[in-house]
Design a protein around this ligand. Structure first.
Ligand code: HEC
Length: 156
């Protein structure tokens, strides 16, 4: 009997911590980012404002906007480049044409790794916060709402 109780207790603790376990930038996202994204988005890349002014040239050099710190990364989640991270990393389940975003491919070298890392990013932003909408409406896609933005987690 004691064994059953002990086992149930351990199982309970394990499930509890798995559910409560929060995804944070420091523990989960930064290591993925270092491995998969830094080559093109590190400190040798321009910040967004500069990037936007000479997009073509930077693209040709395989440089995207710089996002090598917590604060420069969340710029692409909430505001001002609302939903950019979600649009680029989505696995296709939330995009209009059901194609993954163009940065999804960089999430890993196998399907399994890409999916795994995708779910980490998604959990970090928060399930309810994972919206692909921009700040402003574009075509028939409405702008992101304050309520949707409020669901973004992005723990440091
Ligand atoms: C091989 C180079 C390369 C890698 C690796 C790469 N990116 Fe990019 N990324 C780019 C380039 C170049 C652009 C700009 C061109 C474009 O918009 O597609 C870009 C654009 C972006 C944007 C859009 C920014 C905007 O203009 O709104 C986001 C978000 C992004 N990348 C996130 C990531 C993340 C997260 C990873 C890692 C999983 C990653 N990228 C890996 C090259 C790369």
């Amino acid at each position: 009997m004691l064994r059953v109780i002990t086992f149930s207790f351990l199982l309970f603790c394990f499930l509890g911590s798995a559910i409560a376990g929060e995804v944070t930038y420091r523990k989960h996202i930064k290591p993925i980012w270092d491995k998969q994204c830094s080559a093109c988005h590190d400190s040798s890349a321009p910040y967004y404002g500069e990037f936007k002014q000479a997009k073509k040239e930077f693209k040709a050099k395989m440089k995207g906007p710089r996002m090598d710190t917590y604060s420069s990364l969340i710029f692409f989640v909430g505001w001002p480049d609302s939903g950019a991270l979600m649009r680029r990393l989505d696995d296709g389940s939330n995009t209009k044409n059901h194609k993954p975003g163009n940065m999804y491919q960089y999430l890993g070298s196998s399907d399994r790794e890409r999916k795994k890392n995708f779910f980490q990013f998604k959990a970090w932003v928060g399930k309810g916060g994972w919206n692909l909408n921009r700040w402003k409406q574009r075509g028939d896609v409405p702008g992101v709402t304050k309520e949707q933005l409020g669901k973004i987690k992005v723990k440091y």
